[in-house]
Ligand binder design. Structure first.
Ligand SMILES: [Mg+2]
Length: 331
């Protein structure tokens, strides 16, 4: 059976502003073979060229090293074919290495850096009626806005677990005092406070500057592979695991294995992608401490039906073999 590759443009509901910049569309790579279809996103952060990736995956003989989006789409395609043939969901592949499924954590909804705190407050209050975990993007360069954002969210959602994602937007000198200030709002965790370019020395210094009572600090951009996870142990309390980072489901499983071996927490994340992409990642939810799988909720033209969130913010997985997401009728 022959495989076809294509690019697909996702339109964002509202431009999503984070420390790396603002986007209103994202491209994804799709691979299809028979009834099997998989997706991998392109993100500005990795600067992979969608057209060049499409050219490479369409060659009669694949190059030995593929861009990470291509590697992920192929890895998922192989697993989807095998799992479907065996009649098991994708997570069966993870269970073989990670053991019995644990309790799936409550789902999280992310909010970009706010332009208008009044609108933001209203949005937080509305989302908190469904989601018990909210992720706030910080690190846009205005430390006062960062503090106001967390303060407003805490007032609007007193019961919510707040994940603060700085995307590396704080200077190493600012990071420890900011963490200390924000600790008063009792965040569940703070993600990637300093830029990954500061390397392990940056993490070592940050840890030395933090009080013992600091909230848990998770690494995202600094944790790209299982080897990074092992290196971060001692400095970070947990890591954000995403399928795209390590170019596949197996690499993500290896990151979770490494995190567990080091006693680190696991936040399972995703990029902005359709339900096809977030559903694939969601198969790892039973082995995560936190899940941030709302990438498809930011997409206006989500053309797949897969994972869903219940009215009380529980993750509901499709009961189908393989990835389990199917094209939505009429799109
Ligand atoms: Mg992050």
């Amino acid at each position: 059976m022959s495989m076809t590759a294509s690019l697909h443009t996702l339109q964002l509901r509202v431009p999503f502003k984070i420390a790396h910049g603002t986007s209103d569309t994202r491209q994804v790579l799709r691979l299809q073979e028979g009834g099997h279809i998989t997706e991998a996103p392109f993100v500005p952060y990795y600067a992979e060229d969608p057209a060049e990736t499409l050219r490479l995956v369409s060659m009669p003989v694949l190059p030995p090293r593929l861009p990470r989006a291509a590697a992920l789409a192929f890895n998922l395609l192989r697993h989807d074919i095998v799992c479907t043939a065996q009649g098991v969901p994708l997570r069966a592949m993870a269970a073989a290495r990670l053991g019995e499924e644990g309790r799936v954590p409550p789902a999280c909804h992310s909010l970009g850096i706010p332009d208008d705190l009044g609108v933001f407050e209203e949005t937080v209050g509305r989302l908190a009626r469904q989601f018990r975990v909210l992720k706030l993007k910080l690190g846009g360069g205005d430390l006062g806005l960062d503090i106001a954002t967390v303060s407003v969210a805490r007032m609007a959602a007193p019961e919510a677990a707040l994940i603060l994602d700085v995307n590396g937007g704080w200077d190493p000198v600012q990071a420890a005092p900011m963490i200390d200030k924000l600790a008063g709002y009792e965040p569940a965790l703070i993600e990637q406070p300093i830029h990954h370019r500061h390397g392990m020395a940056g993490w070592e210094n940050l840890r030395a500057d933090l009080k013992a009572s600091a909230p848990p600090i998770y690494a995202d951009e600094s944790a790209q592979s299982a080897a990074d996870v092992a290196e971060l142990a001692g400095y970070a309390d947990g890591v954000n695991v995403k399928l795209l980072k390590c170019g596949g489901f197996d690499g993500a499983v290896a990151m979770i294995e490494a995190a567990r071996a080091e006693g680190l927490g696991v936040l399972l994340g995703c990029m902005i992608e359709s339900s096809l992409g977030t559903t694939a990642a969601a198969h790892l939810a039973p082995w995560a401490d936190w899940i941030d799988l709302d990438g498809h909720l930011h997409v206006l033209n989500d053309d797949f039906d897969g994972l869903r969130f219940s009215g009380t913010g529980e993750l509901c997985m499709p009961e189908r073999p393989g990835i389990g997401a199917v094209p939505r009728e009429g799109l």
